[in-house]
Design a protein. Structure first.
Length: 242
């Protein structure tokens, strides 16, 4: 747990330094990205991953939580409509739907995190819906409702605190999904275009024949950055479960 926090702190520090433009040119020169180093590209990719992962995960949690609460609390026709929406989205492979939406939005960072957030809320909706159904029959919620508390007040004061552990884990999982989706989309050419990212680094390595030329630096650095982040977040989730 301490190791995962240390790595996560180092990762965030590198991303912040990249955002300030203070990363020096030291490792290897990437001539196809404006004469910047592979290290600069990887560090800037960390910043892009933080932005996309955080906003996409927050979007998915917000949509899923609100729809899950409304569906469980009110039921009836509105619950049926929300369930139909969730089922329709879940019926389509997630990465394919993200690919279509990102392409339709013209690519870029905003297109990636919006498309991921709009697609990946279904799992959060199901968890919140089931948990709210259970909490609604609890004594403290029934007491607040009988005393005339408003629905927003009940949701914020009595239900949201019980959902925090679930939402925290879901945020990490959706963060990981968003970062991996960005890598895939950028590699396919419908993700990040004008900025360096890990997916863009892999796409450039493929386009300029790094493997056939015996230049593995760009592929190794991008792959290690992505794998390191995923392993760190996985260990964080495992630590929370323990």
């Amino acid at each position: 747990m301490k190791f995962s926090r240390l790595v996560a702190g180092l990762y965030i520090s590198v991303a912040l330094v990249a955002a300030s433009g203070a990363i020096p040119v030291e490792i290897n020169t990437d001539f196809y990205r404006g004469n910047t180093s592979v290290w600069q590209s990887a560090a800037h990719g960390a910043k892009v991953a933080l932005i996309i992962g955080s906003i996409a995960a927050s979007t998915a949690l917000l949509i899923g939580s609100v729809l899950g609460f409304i569906s469980a609390w009110y039921g009836g026709l509105i619950a049926t409509i929300i369930l139909w929406m969730a089922t329709s989205i879940a019926a389509i492979p997630g990465i394919l739907l993200v690919l279509i939406l990102s392409y339709g939005m013209g690519g870029g960072i905003s297109a990636v995190f919006f498309s991921v957030g709009l697609v990946s809320w279904v799992g959060v909706y199901r968890l919140v819906h089931a948990e709210v159904l259970n909490l609604r029959s609890q004594g403290h919620v029934e007491s607040a409702s009988s005393l005339g508390a408003s629905v927003p007040s009940i949701a914020i004061r009595h239900i949201l605190p019980c959902l925090k552990p679930i939402l925290a884990t879901q945020f990490v999982l959706h963060f990981m999904y968003a970062v991996k989706a960005e890598t895939v989309l950028s590699f396919l050419g419908v993700g990040v275009h004008q900025q360096a990212s890990w997916g863009r680094m892999l796409a450039d390595a493929w386009a300029f024949g790094d493997l056939s030329n015996g230049n593995y630096t760009r592929i190794i650095v991008a792959s290690l950055c992505l794998a390191g982040l995923m392993l760190t977040l996985q260990s964080h989730i495992y630590g929370r479960q323990k």
